[in-house]
Ligand binder design. Structure first.
Ligand code: G6P
Length: 494
């Protein structure tokens, strides 16, 4: 897209994330490539293809080392090599302690304000430090002073300060994809100074919302007497460095989602309903989540149970379709969540199913993008009910998939506790995720909303999601970075 300043970065962009965009694994004796189907890696892969930069990430596939040169690099995508993927190799213990441990049992619950789920083991912290140094070493080998290094997310809070020592003139920035908590929550962490200090080695730190920016600045202010924090401009001066802290709400590729949603318009929905035995005259509510305790799935199922119990007229007239993806299953909190979800779905189906109808249809198999977006397009409601979520792109994808057609507009039911609520809250149906009886009533309200009201709301949501899409996010984030560049090719040419 020529509107985004992506091209200004050319090969100088070095992107660093925990997850890699292409993973190679053995299937029998063949090497197969898994590619991104959604989320961060899928969104950023086209950017890297455009600029031919380098992406540094954990090599998590058992055949990755097989397709690698002496510098741990491979050109991707395999069928049309257009940028370099460089891997960081981690032992099983390192994955256990850095990824399952510190990243997902300390930073993840802490930043989602669920302090009771944190597990501060010393070995997690030591390994997190070690792995962040490993990532920083790869960056230092790969980057020079004209590079622009883009760190992603909470797995890499310490890598910027290590990289900075060897790269004093290089532009470093980071996008934090999850919430940033208040100081009262963050101060619980014994490593608060190291984490904040690590991040402040960046020239720019991006968050999804103004609230997270405010929380972060308040944490810096409270933690470091020596820091100067300007809350109006978002500038922090600390340890001889200036860091700009700003909100850049992430969007989705709304136009593309709309196209894919309509790809099999004629046949998709009748086939889908037949395959999952959804009666023709039943309305459909959809929930799509990674199986995570932040997503409010048990709470949502409790509300549905309440609905079918107290308003029996909805039996056989509403089907809830749950598409969930297993996640981080080595962690006991995630295993508990999975059992809680399983139990509730079983109970709902045992209590209310009839011969021709099940209240909850669970989709276990992989859906392709056109199938997923087709499901969104035809569902009467989307239930997005997290107890806390940095942004939540399902809400935006659901809106983007709705065809601009009065008869088909759906209703977005959206938790106040998501980042997306800041942008979409005025026209979505706002809910409190912990209040099951209230939520049951709101689901009914959404189901009975008059046509003109549904249309009015979906028109407004659609306009917002189309305007603040993935390209807008990139343009605004990379445009800001371009303005902060310490050393650029243009400067050296002058
Ligand atoms: C969610 C978060 C992202 C994070 C990702 C990691 O999508 O919003 O910020 O990068 O999870 O998922 P993973 O499967 O790599 O643990």
């Amino acid at each position: 897209d020529t509107d985004t300043p992506v091209s200004a970065f050319e090969s100088s962009l070095v992107l660093v994330s925990n997850r890699q965009p292409y993973s190679h694994r053995y299937e029998d004796d063949e090497i197969v490539v898994d590619r991104p189907v959604g989320g961060l890696t899928a969104g950023l892969d086209p950017v890297m293809q455009q600029v031919d930069g380098t992406w540094i990430a954990w090599g998590d596939g058992d055949a990755d080392a097989e397709v690698t040169d002496d510098n741990d690099c491979v050109r991707v995508p395999p069928e049309d090599p257009s940028y370099t993927l460089r891997r960081v190799w981690l032992s099983d213990e390192a994955v256990d302690e850095y990824y399952y441990g510190y990243s997902n049992q300390v930073l993840w619950p802490l930043c989602h304000d669920l302090v009771g789920k944190t597990n501060f083991e010393d070995r997690f912290w030591s390994r997190y430090q070690e792995v962040n140094e490993q990532f920083a070493d790869a960056v230092v080998e790969q980057a020079d002073e004209e590079s622009v290094v883009w760190f992603q997310d909470y797995h890499l809070a310490l890598a910027p300060s290590h990289a900075r020592e060897a790269l004093p003139e290089t532009t470093l920035f980071q996008f934090w994809h999850i919430p940033w908590p208040t100081w009262d929550t963050f101060r619980v962490c014994p490593h608060r100074e190291e984490l904040l200090g690590g991040l402040l080695a960046n020239d720019l730190i991006g968050f999804h919302t103004e609230r997270y920016v405010e929380n972060f600045l308040a944490c810096v202010d409270a933690c470091f007497e020596a820091a100067t924090v300007d809350t109006d401009s978002g500038e922090v001066e600390y340890d001889g460095e200036t860091t700009l802290v700003r909100a850049f709400p992430l969007g989705v590729d709304a136009e593309r989602i709309g196209e894919l949603a309509g790809e099999r318009e004629e046949t998709f929905w009748p086939e889908f309903k037949r395959e999952y035995s959804i009666p023709d005259d039943s309305r459909v509510a959809v929930g799509v989540d990674r199986l995570d305790y932040t997503k409010g799935i048990p709470e949502r199922l409790d509300a549905l149970e309440e609905l079918f119990e107290t308003r029996p007229e909805w039996r056989e007239r509403l089907t809830y379709v749950q598409k969930s993806t297993e996640s981080r299953s080595d962690i006991s909190e995630y295993q508990r969540l999975q059992s809680a979800v399983d139990e509730r779905i079983e109970r709902l189906n045992e209590r209310f199913a009839t011969e021709s109808w099940r209240p909850v249809v669970r989709i276990e198999e992989h859906l392709t993008n056109p199938e997923l977006y087709g499901l969104y397009a035809h569902s009467d409601l989307a239930l997005v009910t997290p107890v806390r979520d940095g942004m939540n792109l399902v809400a935006k994808e659901y809106v983007a998939a709705q065809a601009d057609d009065d008869t088909k507009d759906g209703v977005l039911v959206l938790s106040r506790m998501t980042g997306a609520h800041g942008e979409l809250g005025d026209t979505a149906v706002t809910i409190e995720p912990y209040d099951a009886p209230e939520l049951a009533g709101q689901i009914e309200e959404a189901l009975t909303m008059p046509d003109h009201e549904r249309k009015r709301r979906m028109d407004a949501l659609r306009a917002s999601v189309l305007e603040n899409d993935l390209d807008t996010w990139l343009a605004s984030l990379l445009g800001t970075v371009q303005g902060l560049r310490r050393m650029s090719t243009q400067d050296t040419d002058d």
